[in-house]
Design a protein around this ligand. Structure first.
Ligand SMILES: [Zn+2]
Length: 211
């Protein structure tokens, strides 16, 4: 039985590294995986990059208006066609669809991920950030929390040593607690960065605000 997996965490919890490692594990066994990510993430355009230095291109980007199940079906057909000469029949199909930055998918696209898993029979591993800088769930993450067969938290540490839960935003090195859910770096004159924080440190910096 294929399953929908959501592996979530704060920023810098190694999600892209975990995704690339999982892809490698499949491919080491001769299996084919498809990699995708939402187009809204402009940091690395069409690549998935680990902070450890590993990087590779995605098979396709997903725009908010895209029918992700139809795009997946096209790529699956291509894999079938290319794998006709494969000696092992079970390696002729897509073993897994992997999505990075899944928090930026729309609710409808996450619904389609469940259809890909259940109706099309292909496991989906989605990796993403649970909440935005104001502690609210991203639309894609909320729907994944609702639908996934399996939820797995990827952990990272706050500056105080506790487990980080939230992602505090800094603009030009100063904490900000108001603004758009997605801050595009280039639109701001000052650099936007994030710090993964535990609840205690977040509330201390925000003066008790939770967005
Ligand atoms: Zn802390």
């Amino acid at each position: 039985m294929a399953k929908l997996y959501f592996r979530y965490g704060a920023m810098n919890s190694g999600k892209s590294t975990a995704l690339l490692q999982a892809a490698y594990n499949y491919e080491e066994r001769g299996q084919t995986v498809l990699l995708a990510k939402p187009e809204i993430d402009t940091k690395e355009a069409d690549r998935i990059s680990s902070r450890l230095g590993v990087t590779r291109p995605v098979d396709f980007l997903v725009r908010p208006e895209d029918d992700i199940r139809a795009i997946f079906a096209q790529h699956r057909a291509r894999v079938h066609a290319e794998a006709e000469s494969t000696l092992v029949p079970e390696n002729r199909d897509v073993a897994c669809l992997m999505i990075d930055e899944a928090q930026f998918l729309t609710r409808e696209q996450v619904d389609d991920l469940l259809r890909i898993v259940v109706l099309d029979g292909v496991p989906v591993l989605a990796y993403g950030i649970r909440t935005d800088f104001q502690t609210h769930a991203f639309p894609g993450s909320r729907r994944l929390m609702e639908l996934a067969h399996s939820l797995e938290e990827l952990k990272t540490i706050c500056r105080c040593g506790r487990k980080a839960l939230f992602n505090a935003r800094l603009v030009g090195g100063r904490f900000v607690f108001n603004g758009d859910q997605v801050a595009i770096d280039e639109l701001s004159s000052e650099r936007v960065t994030y710090e993964s924080m535990c609840a205690e440190c977040y509330l201390r910096e925000s003066g008790g605000l939770l967005g």
